[in-house]
Write a protein that binds this ligand. Structure first.
Ligand SMILES: Cc1cc2nc3c(=O)[nH]c(=O)nc-3n(C[C@H](O)[C@H](O)[C@H](O)COP(=O)(O)OP(=O)(O)OC[C@H]3O[C@@H](n4cnc5c(N)ncnc54)[C@H](O)[C@@H]3O)c2cc1C
Ligand SMILES: NC(=O)c1ccc[n+]([C@@H]2O[C@H](COP(=O)([O-])OP(=O)(O)OC[C@H]3O[C@@H](n4cnc5c(N)ncnc54)[C@H](OP(=O)(O)O)[C@@H]3O)[C@@H](O)[C@H]2O)c1
Length: 445
């Protein structure tokens, strides 16, 4: 029987454990599994921590989520096919929940699956090396500093790729009199009340952190994009300008000539795929894209098909795509899915990569990732879920954002699992200052 190492117990690692547990329920023999997580609890990024920089052991803090973070896509697009929201909460809930509610949902399925026994918490994987047909995995118990080395037949890298910030430098930063931080270290928009904020970037972190600062009372919010503006209809007090040229004292000078006094610069400049624990021959090297190359079916390492990566794509689809990937990996490990020849594998990867390179807009990108997920599901027994409806929801969501970026979270969508339509939230997102689960779950009066 195979011995399997899973690195990470975030949503991807939990999907992997769930996939094996479901197979066991259906009469399959469970392989020997060890899941390592350097955090003290499961849930990955969905754990909020006030910490930034390094933790109490001197290791980099992985958490990137902040207070008042709400789902940026409809929950109906990420719902698990085998554990729906209504089943978990006992009633329908609105489409855009805050972080604590989504965390509760993810962990709800995990708790029901009896999988915690496989996870070694506070255990940092420090090295993964090829050892003949197997892998040698070295880990460190962060509490007692004990180093262990074990041999595994398969390694599944589920360590996430939104924890190690990419931090560019601009002229004038050293003498800027305010605060400069990366979105990875952003924790609370209240800090920026009455301040002039410059946000750099044009993706989801830039959009959401800029809106958060606006919502919690920033004096002004100026977003500097590098290539393409997000182009939303920003409310009064927010604007989007072209690329930061330099800082001169507290003045932010942009390439389009725009000058803005700034009290803080928030770098929403993305994250690095960073795997310091993997030997070079096993290391995925990619930027944040929808189809990183060298991954067969988006999961199996082309150069060594005993190594797998989960969730390494840029993400529209999340939890149910992670499930589809985990089910697929499980079936490859259990020899239920046989990989084709290396020529076929190369052809398959190139086919997806070349399709990805031709994508022109978010709608095409959504379609691409939906098609990828449907393609995986054709070969596995992941329970039925209406991915065509999810695709439509994502298109509608894009449309809603273009129509009204401040209010898109006040919309309601139908479940692709149960068909039920979400109720509206009792408070519009812009007015909802309290993001606690207790307040969110109250019924609209
Ligand atoms: C700010 C922010 C907001 C987001 N909001 C949403 C949202 O609203 N909706 C949505 O669907 N998605 C959202 N996402 C996307 C998010 O990436 C996924 O939802 C999800 O958390 C990814 O799961 P993961 O398991 O791949 O990675 P992670 O959640 O990052 O989990 C990885 C785990 O691996 C562990 N680990 C890493 N390295 C090691 C090591 N060497 N040894 C041991 N353990 C290790 C970490 O401790 C962590 O627990 C957001 C991402 C960010 C950054
Ligand atoms: N729930 C929520 O509301 C929420 C909030 C925040 C984040 N998230 C999630 O977090 C994940 C990561 O999103 P992200 O926005 O952090 O990363 P991202 O999607 O990878 O985007 C990185 C951004 O950084 C910009 N950039 C890179 N280098 C730059 C430079 N030198 N100067 C200026 N800009 C630069 C890129 O610009 P170019 O396009 O020009 O390359 C891009 O806009 C996503 O999955 C997202 O959904 C969710």
């Amino acid at each position: 029987m195979n011995k399997i190492a899973i690195i990470g117990s975030g949503p991807c690692g939990l999907s992997m454990l769930r996939a094996f547990q479901q197979a066991e329920k259906n009469g399959e023999k469970m392989p020997e599994i060890v899941c390592f997580d350097k955090q003290s609890d499961w849930g990955g990024l969905w754990n909020y921590s006030w910490r930034t920089g390094s933790d109490q052991f001197g290791d980099a803090v992985p958490n990137s989520m902040y207070r008042y973070l709400w789902s940026n896509g409809p929950k109906e697009c990420l719902e698990f096919a085998d554990y729906n929201f209504e089943e978990h909460f006992g009633k329908p809930i609105p489409s855009f929940p805050p972080r604590e509610v989504l965390q509760n949902y993810i962990l709800g399925r995990a708790k029901k699956s009896d999988i915690k026994k496989y996870i070694k918490f506070n255990t940092l994987v420090t090295k993964v090396e090829v050892n003949g047909n197997q892998f040698s995995v070295t880990s460190k118990n962060k509490i007692n500093n004990k180093i262990s080395r074990d041999i595994f037949d398969n390694v599944i890298v589920a360590s996430g790729h939104f924890s190690v910030p990419f931090i560019p430098e601009y002229e004038g930063m050293n003498s800027f009199p305010g605060r400069i931080l990366h979105s990875h270290d952003f924790r609370d928009a209240e800090e920026f009340r009455n301040k002039n904020i410059v946000v750099l970037g044009s993706s989801y972190s830039a959009e959401d952190i800029a809106l958060q600062c606006y919502k919690y009372g920033a004096k002004s919010v100026t977003i500097g994009y590098r290539n393409n503006p997000m182009g939303f209809k920003w409310p009064t007090g927010m604007k989007e300008v072209h690329y930061l040229d330099k800082l001169d004292g507290k003045k932010a000078i942009f390439k389009d000539g725009h000058i803005q006094d700034a009290d803080a610069i928030i770098l929403c400049t993305g994250y690095l795929h960073h795997f310091p624990f993997l030997e070079e021959s096993l290391k995925l090297k990619t930027h944040n894209r929808l189809y990183p190359s060298k991954l067969y079916k988006g999961v199996a390492w082309q150069d060594n098909l005993n190594l797998f990566y989960l969730g390494m794509q840029d993400q529209f689809h999340t939890f149910n795509m992670f499930d589809a990937q985990a089910w697929y990996v499980r079936d490859m490990i259990l020899n239920k899915i046989q990989p084709p020849s290396s020529e076929e594998i190369e052809k398959d990867i190139l086919n997806w990569v070349s399709k990805e390179e031709k994508l022109e807009d978010p709608l095409q990108m959504i379609d691409f990732q939906t098609e990828y997920t449907i393609n995986l599901c054709k070969e596995i027994d992941y329970p039925k879920i209406d991915f065509e409806l999810i695709r439509k929801h994502f298109h509608q969501w894009e449309h809603d954002k273009i129509e009204d970026i401040v209010n898109y979270r006040n919309k309601s969508f139908s479940s692709a699992v149960t068909g039920s339509v979400a109720p509206l939230h009792h408070t519009d997102w812009l007015e909802a200052m309290d993001d606690s689960m207790d307040t969110f779950m109250k019924i609209k009066s």
